[in-house]
Design a protein around this ligand. Sequence first.
Ligand code: NI
Length: 171
Amino acid sequence: MTIRTILEYPDKRLTYEAEPVAKVDDEVRTLVEDMAETMYAAPGVGLAAPQIGVALRVFVIDIAGENEPSQLRAFINPEIVEKHGVVVWEEGCLSFPGVHVEIERAERVKVRALDAQGKEFELEADGLLAIALQHEYDHLDGKLMTDRVSLLKKRMIEREMRKRHASESRP
Ligand code: NI
C-alpha cells in the first residue's frame, strides 16, 4: 500500500469530472487500498480518487472514531438514488486543510454502488455518513466546497488557501 499525495485547492485536477470504472479488477483494488491508507494517514473520514489525481469514480469513507472498529467502505461508480430532508453541516476537506465551512445538504441519502469485489450494494445513511457520501460524490463531478457556498465565503476560503500555500513556499 502506498500513501499518495493529496491535491489541494486550487489544483485544476480537482475540478474535472471523473470517468466510471470499466471493470473492478486488481488495479482498482490497489487504488482503493492506497486511498484508504492515504485517508487514514491524513487523517480524514473520506477521500475521492480525483483528490489523488486519479480521474475515476471511486471514493472511500470511514466515519469510525479513533477507538472504534473500522467501518471502511469503498464506493465504485456510485449513484445517489434518493435524497430526503435538508441539513446544514460544518464540513472539512483534505484538499482544503484547515478550512471548515457550513454547507447545506440532504439529511438522508440512499446510495447504490459497487464494492471492491465489483458487487452492487445499496446503503441508506443519515448523520455524518450522509454528509460524507454527498461530499465525496461531489468530488467525482469536480465539485468542491467552494461551489456550495456564497461568493463571499468562497473568496474567504481562496484567501485562506493562498496564505497557506504562500507560507509553505517560504524558505
Ligand atoms: Ni473533500
